[in-house]
Design a protein around this ligand. Structure first.
Ligand code: TYM
Length: 325
């Protein structure tokens, strides 16, 4: 099976990005043919700093490598290096009704957040994402919960194209992980997001002191019982979920372990665990930051591999549409 996923290089990635997506990619690279992109053309739909883009792209690659992706087992590349992504996105735009793009939740949320920056690229974001996925005839898309709607639209677009011009695309399925929606530590009713709420966010490159500060200040709930109940105890339930995935212990086991102990002890242990588990990211960053040539070589080879597949699909698309002369 083919797998495709990606992350926008918007600066520092957080544990929500990691647990919701990259974490589950690691197992997939041993089972399937995987493509993992660094989605720079998606990152420019919201305000960004051009002078930081290259660093952000390389930092995203460092996260992929620190998490355990192996460029020999999967294809890692930068979206803009494979021009077919844009070419197919244009074509998909010509068969997608405007209304379908306007009703996307992410578009509405981002447009509200940056009213001065509602560009056509933001509206067309799902077309480019559909193109990313369909170009590789993807079967599985491992992403967080917030991306389900975009993958559903991708399925709809694939069906429509196949019906109008003949079968080229597969209808991809979403693959969710346990960490499908990690909430903000400051507002556990909202998803963890660097841009919305930096203090509620643990970054993968955070130093131990920052991790400690953020966990110890994380919002908890009334009472002092360590119990998983996302409705009544959203704060502690979110922390329990993070603890459970990083420790590979079930939530039940953790509830048992912390019976009769207070939030303070629980938070201290979670802090210790996160400092240890995120050490690999801090270490790899220090080690790989200086090896720019090596990092760029991975991206170059990745783009070459991705381009081969993308070109074949584009040829089929153009033939079906009568554009290959
Ligand atoms: P991005 O960069 O916003 O998010 C990257 C991944 O992280 C997941 N995620 C979360 N998961 C759990 N809890 C959270 N709080 C949390 N915040 C973010 C997202 O669901 C995503 O999986 N549009 C995509 C990038 C993309 C893409 C693609 C993905 C572009 N083309 C094609 C798959 C296939 C995005 O939102 O990235």
């Amino acid at each position: 099976m083919r797998v495709f996923s990606g992350i926008r290089p918007t600066g520092e990635l957080h544990i929500g990005n990691y647990l919701g997506s990259v974490y589950q990619w690691i197992k997939l690279q041993d089972l399937h043919e995987c493509f993992f992109g660094i989605m720079d053309y998606h990152a420019i739909t919201t305000p960004f700093e051009p002078e930081k883009m290259e660093k952000n792209i390389l930092d995203t690659l460092i996260v992929y490598l620190a998490a355990g992706l192996n460029p020999k087992k999967c294809t890692i590349f930068v979206q803009s290096h494979v021009k077919e992504h844009i070419e197919l996105a244009w074509i998909l735009g010509t068969i997608t009704p405007l209304g379908e793009l306007k009703r996307m939740t992410q578009f509405k949320e981002k447009a509200k957040k940056h009213p001065e920056y509602v560009n056509a690229g933001l509206l067309n974001y799902p077309l480019l994402m559909a193109s990313d996925i369909l170009l590789y005839k993807t079967d599985l898309v491992p992403v967080g919960k917030d991306q389900i709607q975009h993958v559903e639209l991708t399925r709809e677009i694939a069906r429509r194209f196949n019906k109008m011009f003949g079968v080229v695309f597969k209808e991809p399925k979403v693959l969710l992980s346990e960490g499908e929606k990690i909430m903000s530590l400051q507002n556990p009713k909202k998803k963890m997001s660097k841009t919305d709420d930096p203090k509620g966010c643990i970054l993968l490159f955070d130093e131990p002191e920052e991790i400690e500060k953020k966990i110890m200040r994380a919002v908890t709930d009334l009472g002092k019982e360590i119990k998983y109940d996302p409705v009544k105890k959203p704060g502690i339930s979110n922390l329990l979920k993070i603890y459970s995935i990083f420790s590979e212990k079930s939530i039940k086991e953790l509830e048992e372990k912390y019976k009769g102990k207070g939030y303070e002890q629980f938070k201290r242990d979670l802090t210790k665990l996160l400092i240890k588990k995120l050490e690999v990211f801090r270490k790899k960053k220090k080690e790989l930051e200086k090896r720019e040539v090596y990092l760029k070589e991975i991206l170059k080879k990745g783009a070459e591999k991705a381009e081969k597949v993308a070109k074949l699909t584009m040829k089929e698309v153009r033939e079906k549409m009568g554009l290959e002369i």
